[in-house]
Write a protein that binds this ligand. Structure first.
Ligand SMILES: [Zn+2]
Length: 227
């Protein structure tokens, strides 16, 4: 595991939970794409799956907690082995052994793996400045190999977390709003695609008549399982 003490920039900039949470929601849309439920109904019906996918999309940053034993240096072990494909595989496999959230083992595993890897992808493109400048701190994607990978093209400006003033700074507010905007646009585009897919499967998203409300309610209470 790599300590950050000798690094020229001892504190990583990291994408905030805003980006990772929205990416977790994207995998939920994938999970429910074949469902015949309306979006809100799908979120309610599959709330445990939604929560799990969002948690998995944020899980790699649990390595912040590993630094608490190292003179409370949150960044001591950040961007360590939890930011690797090995960790993604192990976590997805373990979670799927406990709970097959999407019916079949491999579909459940794939969704968990994707949710986890969404975090790695976002971190790969995160740095201190937008543009082609290689300002990312890199992540050990192929751990246990020590080599770190980062994109020369930076698409996400990470938040700073050196101390509380930095954490609650105006720059971090701007970074979070930027993430909300960019990832929000992607989410809206995916929602449109999701709704179109539902429509092509004959699911109506028109305002509900009392009769349709009863139908949808019954359908939620039925044995619908994610195909
Ligand atoms: Zn991370």
């Amino acid at each position: 595991m790599r300590l950050r003490g000798c690094h020229p920039d001892p504190f990583h900039t990291v994408a905030s939970p805003v980006a990772h949470t929205l990416a977790g929601f994207w995998t939920f849309l994938l999970l429910t794409a074949r469902s015949k439920l309306l979006l809100i109904a799908a979120c309610v019906r599959y709330l445990p799956q939604l929560i799990l996918l969002v948690l998995l999309a944020n899980l790699p940053d649990i390595d912040f907690l590993f630094g608490l034993g190292d003179r409370a240096n949150w960044d001591a072990f950040h961007h360590g082995f939890t930011h690797s494909f090995v960790a993604a595989f192990v976590v997805a496999f373990a979670v799927t052994c406990v709970w097959r959230m999407a019916g079949s083992f491999w579909r459940s595993f794939s969704l968990c793996f994707l949710a986890y890897c969404s975090h790695l992808l976002i971190d790969f493109f995160t740095g201190t400045k937008l543009g082609w400048n290689s300002t990312g701190s890199g992540i050990p994607l192929l751990w246990p190999l020590a080599k770190e990978f980062g994109s020369p093209l930076i698409l996400v400006v990470g938040v700073k977390h050196k101390d509380f003033p930095a954490l609650f700074s105006l720059a971090n507010l701007q970074s979070s709003l930027y993430e909300l905007l960019v990832f929000g646009v992607f989410t809206a585009a995916l929602l449109v695609a999701w709704l179109r897919h539902q429509k092509s499967r004959g699911v109506s998203h028109q305002p509900q008549t009392p009769a349709r409300a009863v139908y949808n309610s019954n359908s939620m209470q039925s044995n619908e399982r994610i195909p």
